[in-house]
Design a protein around this ligand. Sequence first.
Ligand code: AMP
Length: 221
Amino acid sequence: MILGARLILLGRQGAGKGTQCVRLSRQFVVPHISTGDMLRMAEREGSELGRTAKLVMDSGGLVGDEIMVGLIRERLSQPDAVGRGYILDGFPRTVPQAVALDEITADLPIDVVIDLDVPREMVLNRLSARRVCRDCGTNYVSSGIEKLPWICEVCGGDVMRRDDDTPEAIMHRLDLYEEQTAPLIDFYQSNGRLTIIDGVASADEVSRRITEAVAEARSKR
Ligand code: AMP
């Protein structure tokens, strides 16, 4: 087991980032920091941030860079992240966020940025069938017919379709991804920190490919 890592996972929504992040977080014993989960938590707590974020999330838009950078700056300053590292899921989403992240992590830079590559048509199908535990975030796949309420096997929470997994919001998020997040791939590629992983394979095989990429990136340091 290798302890500690500072990783970013990029990829379209539905590319399997959530599943891989949970595995990587166990493997490297680091926190899985998902900005989407942080915003959904704020929403459930009923904070002002949560209320603002809900409106944006339900429409499939992006929360402002300033708010998101503030959230991540705070989170990455916590002892677990400073001491062991982290896996970032959902951040950065825009080039200005990536530039701010470089500044935040200047002393302890990111090891590697992984782009989990899955074609748009494939993620569309996956997202339509995606169901998520609203308490612990475990992902499930709907067969189309299920008995309700659907109880999470991991924590006993309610498993449901995310409010922003409607077909319209999914299309909008994928369009936004192409527009705003795809330039991140150029950003990280241009400074040699990106590894593209083919995400069309079983979860185990994708995990194996990611672990190999992390080991390779570390051996070059
Ligand atoms: P996710 O769970 O990563 O799909 O995020 C759900 C929603 O949260 C996104 O559709 C955005 O509205 C918002 N969000 C999450 N992370 C970010 C970010 N880094 N920048 C802007 N908005 C974000």
